[in-house]
Design a protein around this ligand. Structure first.
Ligand code: ADP
Ligand code: MG
Length: 688
């Protein structure tokens, strides 16, 4: 005899193909939606609902008010319309109180389904046309008996696009499965939290998601499920932080002579923010537990100095330091900086990247392993297990949003004890996202930018201004400036980099037009950047590979083509490439004239220079998915929670998670809860 437990599992794990009406074709369509088992259906929520609670008779319809009517079809006919390929089916309908009309476009065979004499329920929004009410494209159901009325009225779930699966079929299919699965649903949240936050039990919430009895009930159900998702992330983060803090740091890092020499060798004074951040960092690195800190600073706020400062202090403390960048261009640039500022102080550095000669690489790796090299700069290539250190004390990751979490922890596993970690991010992250995804980190901000930096003047211009634009570019270069030209794509019809390069060559060949994009070899890329750096080429045309970190002080103008295709934060990053030297910076967002009138979103760019405000605007207009995608945090999308709306719920979940995890009475339960979700488990609890 089967135990209760296995009976429950049996049903929830039942393959959908085992249900009636699901053949190979539908199994495949369901699987495209990620639906394999009964349990998947239970967790697959409607995209929206149709409120069909307003039952009306034909005599009391009101134009524009969605209504359900129960009618009899008196006449139905199909006609071709004058436009080729367009057909209309029109039905005359009536009930005891009056008559009306319904019509559908291109519904072949409908006239055989809704034959004259058929009784049907119809749901739609009627319009009044020459004193007749008409339902354009209404939903309908044929009424077999009085009882079938009930399944058509109420609040009806509309599931996410089920292309090829009839919405009505899917609804009934889901309803049956949910009905059978619900009694088997178990509570996942601890009692104290349910009481404290007054949450709906899980069983009830899942039921209400698929068939709410009122909008209020649905709201409560959604709150409960969103809360659970947020609590899951929060408890995983709290646990991770707890584990990390309990670890032992590789070594204490204290600033000494080399650090002080570094600071005094800088051609400028550190800003107050930079000094504050340095002392926040040293306060951590002098502790026995490892630092795990995120440095957020807008573009151009001077994060590189911080990285070099920590590297110098590592040298002071006799430990090695790693500086990892997301692209070879950036790694090269960082390496130039270490050579320029650290080498004169006797601090050795090396670079590790893909495509290096085997002999050269072997030598470098030996020098790193023997401890001869103090600062190792590089790309992902650093994660290779052949890269070994003698005593790695600090890991610095530039532009961290470009890296996944697993890469982060791969580096920190390179020593037995845990190195201090500093993540640097130039993409300001909205506060809610920071709270959610970086709660395991301490956070520092570089608030002010180096003195004298004026904000980049940003204008949106239509493509019809091309002639003026070319003149402007020419003047800009004549007065000592340099120009970036960014295209969204390499090859394409309109705004392609290839076409644009040819175009720019036509006008500016004498001034030199370099080109850079992802598909080039690293030598080619390096050549292009260095030609632009040295001034051999005054224009650099490229894709967003130039987005992060490139630092050419003479660059004063950036033209971004088809700007509407970029996220706001990305545009902000891009414009951060100019105005870094003495010449003021200008950013021109080039859009079609049509786009110029319609696109409200871009105007934020002209209005503010505050990266955080822009990130918030991005979150509001493009939604959380887009924004979090750029964080590449390896997190799956939330099913119900929406960080652009659920900030308050997130705060509550954060508070409760902390309470849960720090209370010894609950900790086991919290760990078990977090472990339930294996994908998050491996990503977020996997600290070495
Ligand atoms: P980001 O934060 O975007 O990485 P960088 O570190 O590349 O910024 O710094 C941008 C520019 O500002 C560089 O040219 C750098 O030399 C300069 N810079 C950094 N700190 C200061 C400072 N305190 N005073 C003046 N210029 C500075
Ligand atoms: Mg930088």
């Amino acid at each position: 005899m089967k135990s209760e437990e296995s009976k429950k599992d049996d049903f929830l794990k039942t393959k959908l193909s085992a249900f009636g009406g699901v053949g190979p074709k539908r199994t495949e369509l369901l699987s495209l939606l990620g639906l394999e088992t009964a349990e998947d259906i239970l967790n697959f929520f409607p995209r929206r609902y149709e409120d069909r609670r307003n039952i009306s008779c034909l005599s009391s319809l009101a134009p524009g008010r969605p209504s359900v009517v129960f009618v009899k079809v008196t006449e139905i006919e199909r006609r071709r319309l004058s436009k080729p390929g367009l057909e209309i089916v029109t039905a005359e309908i009536e009930d005891e109180t009056g008559s009306a009309r319904a019509f559908w476009f291109n519904r072949k065979g409908l006239e055989y389904v809704l034959k004259a004499g058929t009784e049907a329920a119809i749901f739609g929004t009627p319009e009044l046309r020459s004193s007749v009410f008409e339902f354009p494209n209404p939903e309908f159901d044929i009424l077999k008996d009085k009882n079938s009325k009930n399944s058509f009225i109420g609040i009806i779930p509309i599931y996410p696009s089920t292309a090829g699966l009839p919405q009505r079929w899917f609804r009934h299919f889901a309803e049956n499965i949910v009905c059978e699965a619900l009694p088997l649903v178990e509570e996942t949240l601890p009692d104290f939290i349910i009481k404290k936050r007054n949450l709906m039990p899980r069983k009830e919430a899942l039921g209400a998601m698929h068939g709410p009895s009122s909008p209020e009930e649905w709201k409560e159900a959604r709150r409960r499920l969103a809360y659970e998702e947020l609590l899951l992330v929060q408890s995983a983060m709290s646990l991770k932080r707890k584990v990390f803090k309990a670890g032992k740091a590789a070594a204490a890092i204290k600033p000494g002579r080399m650090y002080r020499d570094f600071v005094s060798s800088l051609p400028f004074q550190m800003t107050e923010s930079q000094e504050n951040v340095m002392s926040e960092i040293f306060m951590d690195t002098e502790q026995p537990s490892p630092m795990s800190r995120l440095l957020q600073g807008d573009v151009g706020s001077g994060k590189t100095v911080i990285a070099l400062g920590l590297a110098a202090a590592s040298a002071d403390s006799g430990v090695q330091c790693v500086l990892m960048a997301p692209t070879e261009i950036l790694a090269d640039q960082l390496f130039h900086q270490t050579e320029k500022y650290l080498l004169p102080l006797g601090i050795t550095s090396a670079i590790v990247k893909g495509g290096q000669k085997a002999s050269e690489r072997t030598l470098t790796l030996e020098a790193i392993k023997s401890g001869k090299i103090c600062v190792t700069v590089g790309t992902h290539a650093l994660l290779d297990e052949k890269v070994e250190f003698q005593n790695l004390g600090a890991v610095i990751i530039d532009e961290q949003h470009r890296f996944g979490v697993s890469q982060r922890s791969a580096l920190s596993k390179k020593g037995a004890a845990i190195p201090h970690t500093l993540l640097m991010s130039a993409t300001p992250i909205p506060r809610t996202l920071t709270m959610c995804f970086f709660k395991d980190l301490d956070i520092s901000f570089l608030k002010d930018k180096p003195k004298g930096r004026v904000s980049v003047e940003t204008r949106i211009i239509g493509t019809e201004k091309m002639r003026e634009l070319l003149q402007f570019i020419y003047d800009e270069i004549r007065t000592g400036g340099r120009v970036y030209w960014v295209c969204p794509r390499v090859c394409d019809e309109e705004s392609s980099l290839m076409k644009r390069k040819t175009f720019l060559d036509k006008y500016f060949a004498k001034l030199g037009v370099a080109m850079v994009y992802g598909g080039m070899t690293s030598d080619e890329k390096e050549q292009a950047i260095s030609d632009f750096h040295s001034g051999k080429c005054k224009i650099l045309a490229g894709t967003t590979v130039i987005e992060v970190g490139i630092d050419v002080p003479e660059a004063s103008l950036i033209v971004i083509e088809s700007a509407e295709m970029f996220g706001l934060s990305q545009l902000h990053q891009l414009r951060g490439r100019v105005g870094r030297g003495t010449k003021r910076g200008v950013c021109l967002l080039l859009v079609s004239s049509q786009e110029k009138i319609q696109n409200q979103r871009l105007s934020v760019m002209a209005e503010t220079d505050d990266g955080f405000a822009i990130a918030e605007a991005d979150l509001q207009t493009r939604g959380y998915g887009e924004v979090s995608g750029s964080l590449q945090h390896g997190s799956s999308e939330f099913k119900t929670a929406d960080l652009s709306k659920d900030a308050k719920l997130l705060m509550q979940a954060a508070e409760d998670a902390e309470e849960w995890v720090s209370n010894n009475q609950y900790i086991d339960e919290a760990v078990k809860f977090a472990e339930n979700f294996s994908e998050i488990n491996s990503q977020w609890l996997g600290v070495g």
